[in-house]
Design a protein. Structure first.
Length: 112
């Protein structure tokens, strides 16, 4: 798993450490500039993650909870799963036509 975030690498690492998730994350592709034009929904961070993984966009899935996440995935050619935990967010994210929409991370479990 790779984290793609508009937050800084330090912020992401702090969060992962606080929740004891660091060992589950292979890479972090996060903000390295204060230039908002290079942040999501721009695909640069997602493109960098795909490249670092040595794979193709078609082999990746972006799971995100914002419009910027869905739009960045589309711009990068990556499938998107929108996480919408409220009715308002469901309406907003569904309008962007993500590849899938879930209301909880438990919905991401693979079917048998």
């Amino acid at each position: 798993m790779t984290i793609v975030s508009n937050n800084s690498v330090d912020a992401v690492r702090s969060f992962l450490g606080l929740h004891e998730l660091a060992e589950d994350v292979r890479r972090i592709s996060a903000r390295t500039t204060s230039d908002p034009a290079r942040l999501q929904p721009h695909p640069a961070l997602l493109d960098a993650a795909v490249k670092a993984l040595g794979t193709s966009p078609r082999q990746c899935v972006m799971i995100g909870d914002s419009a910027a996440d869905v739009l960045a995935a589309r711009a990068a050619g990556v499938a998107s799963v929108a996480l919408a935990t409220t009715p308002a967010k469901r309406r907003t994210l569904a309008a962007l036509d993500p590849d899938a929409l879930v209301t909880t991370l438990a919905d991401l479990r693979l079917a048998p």
